[in-house]
Design a protein around this ligand. Structure first.
Ligand code: NAD
Length: 246
């Protein structure tokens, strides 16, 4: 068997970069997918992952046709698409009263529509090869809701409904579909928050600190392992105890 081919959307971002690295170190050929408009960050990403089996491909995950082209290209060039990590995400925070339709649509399209666009095109190949691992990156906001995030929380909660339904459809075909729900993680996004706000956030987390991108990456690597075939339709919270449920 050749190396498994993994796709990580939003692959050059804070969490995406660590997920790419963890999957490459686990022996996968990794394709980081992101918008080609991020030229400087793409160059920085390429420097950071130099020497690893990680490649870059441009695509807009909110565009159904572009996702079809991407999946066909990868299957032709690499022979398969075995692991799909739907990690691309954006926020357009606003209270509902002030939120316009564009803020709603953009967040739903990138965070939730992307899972339909990519799984829709990739699932037939996974079924034909009788192997697949899909990991959708959701958020604790999707479990608890969050002030100013009706759009984001709806998309992230929706992602889990998508996860459970697709998991049922493909479980007998060697394909697992799971979601990971990060809490507060140290990234550029949280780095932009005022230090006193971050201190308050950290104090509200039972672990007493924010998580690291590697905490998420390790979880994705675990769920996408060949040996994780009996875990499907699950949501794995990685939040330092911020929100507990069963
Ligand atoms: P990030 O902004 O660093 O990375 C997101 C990446 O997605 C960016 O590189 C961006 O260019 C890419 N992207 C955006 N729109 C795209 C599109 N239409 N097509 C292709 N790529 C697109 O954010 P991050 O913190 O690394 O977050 C990664 C994921 O984790 C997101 O889904 C986010 O909602 C989720 N998450 C993050 C945190 C956190 O604390 N950072 C917490 C919970 C959930």
């Amino acid at each position: 068997m050749g190396k498994r081919i993994a796709v990580v959307t939003g692959g050059i971002g804070g969490l995406g970069t660590e997920i790419c690295k963890a999957l490459a170190l686990a022996g996968r050929t990794v394709i980081a997918v992101d918008l080609d408009s991020r030229e400087q960050r793409i160059a920085g990403f390429k420097r950071e992952v130099e020497g690893l089996d990680i490649h870059f491909a441009a695509a807009d995950v909110a565009d159904h046709e572009d996702c079809g082209r991407l999946v066909r290209d990868i299957e032709e060039r690499h022979g398969s698409l075995d692991i799909l990590v739907n990690n691309a995400g954006i926020t357009r925070d606003s209270t509902l009263r002030k939120m316009d339709r564009a803020q709603w649509d953009a967040v739903l399209d990138v965070n939730l529509g992307s899972a339909f666009n990519l799984c829709g095109h990739a699932i037939a190949g996974m079924q034909a090869r009788a192997f697949g691992r899909v990991v959708n990156i959701s958020s604790v906001s999707g479990q608890t809701g969050n002030f100013g995030q009706t759009n984001y929380a709806a998309a992230k909660a929706g992602l889990h409904g998508f996860t459970m339904s697709l998991a049922r459809e493909v479980a007998s075909k060697g394909i697992t579909v799971n979601s990971v729900s990060p809490g507060y993680i140290h990234t550029a996004m949280t780095g932009a928050m005022p230090p006193e706000v971050l201190d308050k956030v950290a104090a509200s987390i039972p672990a007493g600190r924010l998580g690291q991108p590697t905490d998420i990456a390790r979880t994705v690597a675990f769920l996408s392992d060949d040996a994780a075939g009996y875990i499907t339709g699950a949501n794995v919270p990685v939040n330092g105890g911020l929100f507990m449920s069963f």
